[in-house]
Write a protein that binds this ligand. Sequence first.
Ligand SMILES: C[S@@+](CC[C@H](N)C(=O)[O-])C[C@H]1O[C@@H](n2cnc3c(N)ncnc32)[C@H](O)[C@@H]1O
Length: 238
Amino acid sequence: MAEDPARGRGRRPVTDDGTAACDPERLRRVRRSYDAWARVYDWFARATASVGGVRAACVRGLDLAPGDTVVEFGCGPGVNLPALREAVGPTGRVVGVDVSTRMLDRAAALVERRGWENVSLVEGDAERPPVAAADGVLATFVTSLFPDSYAVVRRWCALADAVVVAAFAPEGSRPANAALRAFVRLNGRLFDARTGDPLALLAERTAAARRALDDATTVREGQRRLFGTIVIEAGRDS
Ligand SMILES: C[S@@+](CC[C@H](N)C(=O)[O-])C[C@H]1O[C@@H](n2cnc3c(N)ncnc32)[C@H](O)[C@@H]1O
């Protein structure tokens, strides 16, 4: 097991937890892209934070209680942190994990501004979770970056009582899917999908994450938002 970031505040490198190593070149590429886009992404994510009620629905889906520990994988600049911190209260813990230093810098600035003592940030690979156990795991717009999202979500389910994933998926009307296709093509770097059919890739990885929750959890809930282009999948143990 890797170190337990829930034990304290601050950002630390992560030790190997023994799970299969992912492609280091892919991880470097993803880090470089998100480092380069951190400022713009932060602005965009904050400006759209309440669109479709997606983020609020994700946090509700975790069913957190005061004092709980929640881990957000691929936390980016920390747009979900305020609602997660609110849900677990001052006695709970929030751990944000991301591979991008620049994204974490932005999340750290937010934590600093708010003066949160119980929010930790960890630079690490969500595919090899640097966390032993949690009450809840959240990942918004991250699973489509994993070639084997099924395996990663299964790993998350093994460490938490509740797992909620939000992801883009072409499950809407034709115009909605066309808009999503244009958005994905325009932002190919951020989806790590610059070749082939990025929309098919999204669909496949989102379906795999959903299957993992089906297979690993007993209570399941799925929702579609934003004209069917975003799915929220929640899984809990009864
Ligand atoms: C599209 S952003 C989403 C950020 C945030 N979850 C949100 O909803 O705004 C994807 C984030 O996942 C991070 N990421 C991608 N692959 C990762 C990995 N293997 N481990 C940790 N973070 C990763 C990126 O650095 C980036 O911050």
